[in-house]
Design a protein around this ligand. Structure first.
Ligand code: C2O
Length: 552
């Protein structure tokens, strides 16, 4: 396939853009007195505007929430655990009664008038509004985008929380809980049956070839399916969760995504889980023939498929699982004080803060105990030791489109690595958002290719986007973001602790239609801040041990 040469950046900046730039600049100058800190406050509904443009073939629609002309209510967190916790069950194991009840709840939601904020259409529109910059930050005129930043997990927890409370109230059953799509367990790796067989839980815009029994591809890109057996796919899925939750996300920002504060530009950086399985499952589920692979494949339409909410309950659960490994939530006050607004089950507008979303028990729900098979994944090595470049490998050129696998040599700080987490940081990831873009990173394995299976020790992680067909700002749908993976466990298992250099090989997974992707910088970084205490102690113990051995 011949790559189109699309410009990564627009060549011409319209004058209106310059004016906005000037305003932003003035605002920054004004803010300089109290620099740095400020959370993003809840958007005001009255400043919502129509999506800037819609993809060809999409009927014009307005995804702003219905207006609310009073001040939003403040969410009241229940500080003591409610006596009846709602239990979110794995979706593949629902009994017929539960599935029928879920179907009934969505039937009632779909029957509400479309201007009711609790109606299914309005629920789906929430996602469009918070992802397409139709809102601006409550304390800034900067467009708001909740994805690819540290807001990702909390925003979606609140979104699913209110969605669930509305379904419960329509059923008149306070104990009702949404199921979660348990695709991290071998028994849950297809679209759950209930979402296939009940009329209110299905969606016409799903990829026909991905319906059951097709196994979900947590590291999906369109060519995987032709090169893997079903067993290999299960192994790849478990390896995906293992890398993205356990070894690749040992620091807070690597897991949650990068800080995003007042006036910041959108999409500062993805957390590991947002790229996979989040983005990949979206892209896999949607109809590959539709523009942006809608519904699930593109942000503005994803909430129109009921399975969206089971997908996000799953990610919400994986956040809990990550914490169960000894990791802690971010305690930056800008993070904790970030706000959103949602309509509740009484159709009242409620303002919520990130800080009130951190404990699901206080929100009244928990997840059923399910075995986390992926926690114990063991990987094998594909290489037999320290690699070197032979000279025939393609070298990654920063800022240039990546079309084929390429390698780059990075210098390590051996000593720093003993007491801190070693991070592979990839910045200035640029591309267009009309079609997903992906690449994988391997350590000391320059032979990595499109067919390399990812359940290996050399695999550090993968970056994966989600199509975003509605323009997010005046300059168009251009991606400029970052991702980072903790690689300490790979380095130890590959026996690279004493090495001064690591070869990083990137394997772009080119999509059809082709979507260009480039990165402007890649480095190793050593972090202690935000690393969970257990991990730090483990690393220190390791240092003491190795110093001892040296002295003996
Ligand atoms: Cu807001 Cu699954 O995306």
């Amino acid at each position: 396939m011949a790559p189109l040469s699309l410009p990564l950046r627009p060549a011409i900046v319209p004058w209106s853009m310059l004016m906005i730039g000037l305003l932003v600049l003035l605002q920054h100058m004004h803010d300089d007195a109290n620099v740095l800190a400020d959370p993003i406050l809840a958007p005001e509904l009255k400043y919502c505007h129509l999506p800037l443009n819609l993809p060809d073939g999409e009927a014009p629609f307005d995804c702003c929430a219905p207006n609310w002309d009073k001040p939003a209510l403040d969410f009241q967190l229940n500080e003591s655990a409610p006596s009846n916790l709602r239990v979110r069950l794995p979706a593949h194991a629902l009994d017929a009664d539960y599935a029928a009840k879920l179907d009934k709840a969505y039937g009632l939601m779909k029957a509400l008038p479309s201007d009711d904020p609790r109606s299914f259409m309005q629920q789906a529109n929430i996602h469009c509004a918070y992802c397409s910059s139709t809102y601006q930050m409550g304390n800034s005129s900067t467009p708001l985008q909740v994805h690819a930043s540290w807001l990702f997990f909390s925003f979606h927890r609140w979104y699913v929380y209110f969605h669930e409370r509305i379904l419960a109230s329509l059923l008149g059953d306070d104990s009702f809980a949404l199921p979660f799509w348990n695709y991290d367990h071998p028994d849950g790796m297809t679209i759950p049956d209930a979402y296939m067989s009940y009329p209110n839980l299905t969606d016409v815009y799903r990829e026909p070839s991905h319906l059951p029994p097709a196994p979900v591809m947590l590291d999906y890109y369109y060519m995987n399916e032709s090169i893997r057996t079903a067993d290999e796919q299960v192994a790849a899925n478990l390896a995906t969760i293992y890398r993205m939750v356990v070894t690749g996300a040992t620091t807070q920002y690597s897991f949650f995504g990068q800080p995003y504060r007042r006036d910041d530009s959108p999409e500062p950086g993805y957390g590991t889980l947002e790229t996979m399985p989040h983005n990949s499952v979206h892209g896999w589920t949607g109809d590959q023939q539709q523009v942006g692979k809608k519904d699930m494949g593109t942000l503005y339409a994803a909430g129109r498929d009921p399975v969206f909410y089971a997908h996000h309950a799953s990610l919400d659960r994986l956040w809990e699982m990550w914490k169960s490994l000894g990791n802690e939530d971010i305690d930056d006050s800008d993070y904790l004080n970030s706000e959103f607004v949602f309509y509740n089950e009484n159709a009242e507008l409620v303002k919520v803060k990130v800080r009130d979303s951190l404990d699901t028990v206080k929100l009244g729900y928990v997840y059923a105990d399910v075995e986390n098979v992926w926690m114990n994944v063991t990987t094998g090595r594909l290489s037999d030791g320290v690699a070197s470049l032979s000279g025939s490998e393609r070298v990654c050129v920063m800022g240039e489109e990546m079309v084929e696998p390429c390698s780059i040599v990075l210098r390590r700080e051996k000593e720093a690595a003993l007491a801190a987490e070693e991070m592979l940081v990839i910045q200035g990831i640029e591309g267009v958002l009309d079609s997903p873009a992906h690449f994988e990173a391997f350590l000391n394995f320059p032979h990595a290719s499109l067919s390399t299976m990812i359940n290996c020790t050399e695999y550090a992680g993968r970056f994966s986007t989600l199509a975003q067909m509605i323009l997010t700002n005046m300059t168009g749908n251009y991606l400029n973001t970052s991702v980072q993976f903790a690689i300490g466990s790979n380095v130890r298992e590959l026996g690279l602790n004493e090495e001064e250099f690591i070869i990083v090989t990137l394997v772009p997974r080119v999509e059809d239609p082709y979507s260009p992707i480039a990165i402007t910088s890649m480095k190793l970084q050593y972090e202690t801040q935000g690393v969970s205490r257990d991990w730090r102690e483990l690393r220190l113990a390791h240092r003491v041990r190795s110093e001892k051995t040296r002295h003996e």
